[in-house]
Ligand binder design. Sequence first.
Ligand code: FES
Length: 379
Amino acid sequence: MSNVDKTIGLPMAMLAELTHRCPLQCPYCSNPLELEKADSELNTEQWIDVMRQARDMGILQIHFSGGEPALRKDLEDLVKAATDLNLYSNLITSGVNLDEERTQNLAERGLAHVQISIQDSDEQQSNKIGGHRNGHQLKLAAAKAVRKVGLPLTINAPVHRLNIDHLESIIDLAVELDAARLEVAHVQYYGWAYHNRAALMPKRSQLEWATKVVEKAREDLHGVLVIDYVVPDYYAKKPKACMGGWARQFLNVTPSGKVLPCHAAESITDLEFDRVTEKSLLEIWEHSEAFEKYRGVDWMPEICRNCERREIDWGGCRCQAFAITGDAANMDPACEFSEHHEYLVSLAEIDSAKEEILFDYRRMGAFDKSNVKVAGHSS
Ligand code: FES
């Protein structure tokens, strides 16, 4: 951390979105509505240079993500480079392009951990949600390969109205796959998920049931499976410390090299982001306008600045404030003191009552075209 401004501190990890290409088309994808095309992606040398800069800043962990990072043919080279730089590397993948041979190759190059997402425990519904004919089976095979080569496995399970009733069997599946950790993350509603929220928003009763299921499973599976649980803000009274606070602990590099303080930051359409092709990672971390704008507490509305939780939740989620109020500088509407809180709750209640089962798949260019809704399933 020698060169880093100590008043700002240092990000714990860098999320490297190697590509926005993906074999899946999940309707809650955290990638931006306008996806970056393959011909704009940083090349191998550029990514290695970014990792070297991250290491020099003192960053210890790199998370290879996407889209689907395994679609990059140079993934093995990037993992090897991360290992040579003494970075702990984690692969966040759909698993669809991860067969046993490739998993073994990645492990041999020093990959430390794998996170595989699953869309549902039910094969048919999993494939429907992910928009892939055979994705579920490929994911299960990838998870088995990960354990076979001896890598630790986390299962990521985004939950929403289309799959939440299967939470118990999703937990069973994580145990069966010998995962050490399961992340049950209620979909967060910005970007694609905000666009599709009428199909995805759970009912309050479903959320309450799911919370009990997680609490019981945590007791029953103590020592077997660690379960992380992320609840949806729409039913909360207090905001979460999104990203651990804007520009405090995290940075995200997009496939073309834009550097973001949050993976969803591009949903805030009035922010501009610097690129690693134009400025150093350190300069961006410390001085980029987008990072500085909501860092710390000075930017906060008065009520937040005077709140005893200001350095606990750091003002909550900027992307959500923008999505709901049109201004990222407003209070997070998840906070019960926000003037938009009632509106947020009413949105959740209206959306969850709609019985909507249609959604738009995440696709390159899909958001710009006339949207053709796809039938989900009712469970
Ligand atoms: Fe961007 Fe919360 S998702 S700040």
